[in-house]
Design a protein around this ligand. Structure first.
Ligand code: PEP
Ligand code: MN
Length: 292
């Protein structure tokens, strides 16, 4: 792929592991969950406890929200980031939050474990250069109009500033389909495996925009070989200030976490050499029946 230097697979065919707190993305299955936006201390702490209990590996919440309308809720800003830091203190979960402005990168990196670059900012090159100097991992979402090559070149911007810790996140691209919010491009997962050593996670929430489609697409993403999932969880989804239609209840998330973890173990361990050679599934370490 043209111009790809640091991101290309040849540099680390085994795959890069990005560490955030005690979570090793690219090695462990990484389940990122939390409210679309931090709305209040109560709301965030309660969701944090719920997702932690259900098996989330990281807590995600937006303090700066990139909204289509300037009149929609824009996020709590610094106050929201402090609430997330408090949630990490209580639960021990590393925190992920989106940064919108290059001027906020420095101070936000002091509070959060992973900086998220949202779809609308994937090609904001000054922001990419700034997070490239932040010294903490970056979760780089795919631009909704971006090709895989353009996306990888954006990762290259971050890597070339000296930050090796980039996690790619497929979150759906715009197509003519209107039933779903975007179209989840799951072929991007195995395609990226051929091209880059960076870990890849999938966000079916922003891709589909529909609660009912999230679990099936999480399972499909896990089966496609993703290193993790990003989903939105709210204790009262109907009242969420942002992305209410795609927010899971804590119970939905609990079931999803059990199933996706079981499938991930199967994907990792189930197709052992012996099974593949003998075309016999009885020797699988994990059978699909493990999926609750
Ligand atoms: C989000 O993660 O809440 C978000 C705004 O996502 P995206 O940038 O993918 O739309
Ligand atoms: Mn959202």
């Amino acid at each position: 792929m043209k111009n790809l230097q640091l991101a290309k697979l040849e540099n680390n065919p085994e795959g890069t592991v990005v560490q955030a707190g005690s979570v090793r993305i690219g090695e462990d299955f990484c389940l990122i969950a939390g409210p679309c936006s931090v709305e209040s201390e109560n709301q965030t702490l309660s969701i944090a406890e719920e997702v932690k209990g259900a098996g989330a590996s990281m807590l995600r919440g937006g303090a700066f929200k990139p909204r289509s309308s300037p009149y929609s809720f824009q996020g709590l800003g610094l106050k929201g980031v402090k609430i997330l830091a408090e949630a990490r203190e209580i639960t021990g979960l590393p925190i992920v939050s989106e940064v919108l402005d290059p001027r906020d990168v420095g101070w936000m990196a002091e509070f959060v474990d992973v900086l998220q670059i949202g779809t609308r900012n994937m090609q904001n090159y000054s922001l990419l250069k700034e997070v490239g100097k932040a010294g903490i991992p970056v979760l780089l979402k795919r631009g909704m109009y971006a090709t895989i090559a353009e996306w990888l070149n954006c990762a290259e911007y971050i890597l070339s500033e000296g930050n090796p810790d980039v996690i790619l996140c497929e979150r759906g691209i715009r197509t003519f389909e209107t039933y779903t919010r975007n179209t989840l491009d799951l072929s991007a997962v195995p395609a990226l495996r051929e091209l880059t050593h960076l870990p890849v996670i999938v966000d079916p929430a922003h891709a589909t925009g529909r609660r009912s489609l999230i679990e099936p697409m999480c399972m499909a993403a896990t089966a496609s070989g993703a290193d993790g999932l990003l989903v939105e969880v709210h204790n009262h989804p109907e009242a969420a200030l942002c992305d209410s239609d795609q927010s899971l209840t804590p119970d939905d998330f609990k079931r999803l976490a059990r199933r996706a973890n079981a499938l991930w173990r199967f994907m990792k361990n189930g197709w052992g050499e012996r099974d593949r050679n003998e075309k016999d599934s009885t020797g699988m370490k994990f059978s699909l029946e493990d999926i609750p």
